[in-house]
Design a protein around this ligand. Structure first.
Ligand code: ZN
Length: 471
C-alpha cells in the first residue's frame, strides 16, 4: 500500500466545548456534533481526498494518504469543517511524510507536530465580543445572535448554541433502539434516595503509552485503537443497561454525555454507581481476554440532579485524577485489581474542591487520612455491599451515621468512640461492621491500610456516607 503520508486531525478542548452550556439539550447537541464530526464528517472528507482511514474516535482522526497535495488539502478542509459546524470549536491537524522510518518514530513526530500546532493556536485565541454586547442566554459566553427557537424560552442565543441545538434531538451515544430520558431530574427520580445522580468520568489508564508499546505498525495502531474505543463503548452500554434496566417504553434511566476513544462521561441514579462500575469492569476486560490492555480509572460525583452540569464534570475530573494515583502495574491491564475509583457526595457548588479539603483534613489530623479513598473497583464494591448488609441486618441508622463524626476525632478519641459504637450494636451488625472497618485481621482498631502497601486510614466516614445510597 502506498501510504506515504500520515495525517491527524484532533478536536481542541472538547470538554470545554461540550459542557459550557447549562442546559442538557445543548450539552447533548454539542456532544453529538463533536462525535459526528469526528466519526462521520472527517472520515468522509478523508475518502473524498483519496485517503485511507486508520482510526476515528474520541475527537481524533488518523488518515493515511499517497500524495502530498491530498494530505495538505484534507487537513485544511477538516479544520475548516470543525470551525464551520461548531462556530466556536476548533480542531488542529498535522501531517508527516512517512518515508522509510519505523512507525513508532513517524507517530512520535506526528504527535509532536500536533502538540506544537495546538500550543501555537492556544497562544492567540480570539476574543469573544465586546463586554457591552448581549450574551447568549444558553451558554453565557458568546454574543447573542438569534432568538431561542424553543417557544418557552424568551432569551436570545449565540450562533454556536444554534448549531448545538440543531443536533440536540439525535442520540447516537445511546445503545441502538433506546430513547433518551427527559432530563437529569428523571434520571435522579430512579435513585434511592430520590433526586440524586452520579456523574461518572471513566478513562483508560495510560492509553497512549499502551499504544506506544504495542502498536508497532500503522495497521496494528488502527486495530488496537479501534478495539480500545469499541471495548469502552460496549462496556459503557452494558454497564448502564445492567445497572439501570430500560423498560418496555425503551426510555433509558441514564445519560451518556460523552463517549468515544478511551474515555466516557455518563450520569445514572446515584445508588446504582457501584453496580455500574462492576459491570463495566467485567465487560471491558472480557473483550480483551488475556491480551494486554490498559486498566481504567473512574471519578464519580454524587449530587442532586439539578446541580449545574459543568460543576459536576469539574469535580469528576478532579476525582478521576485522584483515582489514577493508585499505583498501576507495568503489565498493562493484566491486573484488573488495579482499576480504581474515587468518588464524593457533593453539595455541587462551584467552590467545592474535594481534594484540597481532604488534604487539609489530613494536615490538621496528624497526617492521618479520614477516608480510604481512592478505592479499587473491587474494594469500593465490597464496601457498598457491606453497607447494604448492615442495613439488611437492621443496624441502627443513627449509630452508623455517627461514624462520620467519629472519623474526624483526634486519633485516640476516635478509636475509643469506635469501641463505644461497637458496644451499642447487637452481635450480628457488630461483627459485620468490624469486618468492614478492621479488615480480615480484626484488631479492634479503626485505622488500617486499605491494601498492602497503602498508608493507614479509616473508612468510618466512608461507611456513614454510603448508608443512604446502599439499600
Ligand atoms: Zn451560546
Amino acid at each position: 500500500m502506498a501510504e506515504q503520508f500520515l495525517a491527524i486531525v484532533d478536536a481542541d478542548k472538547i470538554h470545554d466545548y461540550v459542557f459550557s452550556p447549562h442546559e442538557l439539550r445543548l450539552v447533548r447537541g454539542g456532544s453529538v456534533l463533536q462525535s459526528t464530526l469526528n466519526e462521520e464528517v472527517v472520515p468522509g472528507l478523508a475518502t473524498d481526498y483519496t485517503g485511507h482511514l486508520v482510526y476515528a474516535g474520541g475527537g481524533t482522526t488518523l488518515v493515511s494518504f499517497a500524495g502530498e497535495e491530498a494530505v495538505r488539502d484534507f487537513c485544511a478542509a477538516a479544520e475548516a469543517c470543525y470551525a464551520d459546524r461548531t462556530v466556536i470549536g476548533t480542531a488542529t491537524s498535522a501531517w508527516i511524510e512517512v518515508g522509510a522510518r519505523e512507525f513508532a518514530e513517524t507517530r512520535d513526530r506526528l504527535f509532536g507536530l500536533l502538540e506544537r500546532r495546538k500550543n501555537a493556536r492556544n497562544a492567540h485565541e480570539r476574543p469573544d465580543g465586546s463586554p457591552f454586547s448581549e450574551r447568549c442566554g444558553a451558554c453565557g459566553q458568546y454574543p447573542a445572535a438569534v432568538r431561542d427557537p424553543e417557544p418557552e424560552r424568551a432569551w436570545r442565543i449565540c450562533l454556536a448554541c444554534v448549531q448545538r441545538l440543531s443536533c440536540s434531538d439525535r442520540f447516537t451515544l445511546l445503545p441502538a433502539g433506546r430513547k433518551p430520558a427527559k432530563d437529569l431530574t428523571e434520571v435522579g427520580s430512579r435513585s434511592q434516595p430520590a433526586g440524586y445522580i452520579a456523574t461518572v468520568y471513566i478513562d483508560l489508564d495510560r492509553a497512549g503509552a499502551f499504544l506506544r508499546d504495542y502498536a508497532t505498525t500503522i495497521k496494528a495502531y488502527g486495530e488496537l485503537s479501534c478495539r480500545m474505543r469499541d471495548s469502552v463503548k460496549n462496556a459503557i452500554h452494558a454497564g448502564l443497561e445492567q445497572a439501570v434496566p430500560t423498560g418496555s417504553d425503551r426510555v433509558v434511566g441514564y445519560e451518556v454525555f460523552l463517549l468515544g476513544g478511551d474515555d466516557a462521561v455518563v450520569a445514572l441514579p446515584a445508588n446504582r454507581l457501584f453496580a455500574f462500575l462492576e459491570k463495566f469492569q467485567g465487560t471491558y476486560h472480557k473483550v480483551w481476554r488475556d491480551g494486554p490492555h490498559p486498566s481504567f480509572s473512574a471519578g464519580a460525583v454524587l449530587t442532586q440532579a439539578h446541580t449545574p452540569i459543568a460543576a459536576m464534570l469539574r469535580q469528576a475530573e478532579d476525582l478521576l485524577r485522584s483515582a489514577k494515583r493508585i499505583p498501576k502495574t507495568e503489565l498493562a491491564g493484566r491486573d484488573s485489581g488495579k482499576d480504581a475509583v474515587d468518588y464524593c457526595i457533593s453539595a455541587g457548588t462551584e467552590s467545592d474542591d474535594v481534594l484540597a479539603e481532604r488534604a487539609e483534613v489530613r494536615k490538621r489530623g496528624s497526617e492521618r487520612p479520614r477516608t480510604m479513598k481512592p478505592y479499587t473497583i473491587a474494594e469500593a464494591a465490597a464496601l457498598a455491599r457491606g453497607v447494604s448488609g448492615l442495613r439488611q441486618m437492621d443496624a441502627p441508622a443513627n449509630k452508623i451515621r455517627s461514624l462520620f463524626d467519629v472519623a474526624y476525632q483526634p486519633l485516640p478519641q476516635a478509636d475509643l468512640e469506635y469501641l463505644f459504637v461497637l458496644s451499642r450494636l447487637e452481635s450480628g451488625p457488630r461483627v459485620a461492621l468490624r469486618k468492614l472497618v478492621e479488615g480480615p485481621e480484626m484488631r479492634l482498631k479503626a485505622w488500617r491500610p486499605v491494601r498492602a502497601g497503602a498508608e493507614e486510614a479509616t473508612n468510618l466516614a466512608d461507611i456513614a456516607e454510603l448508608w443512604e445510597f446502599c439499600r
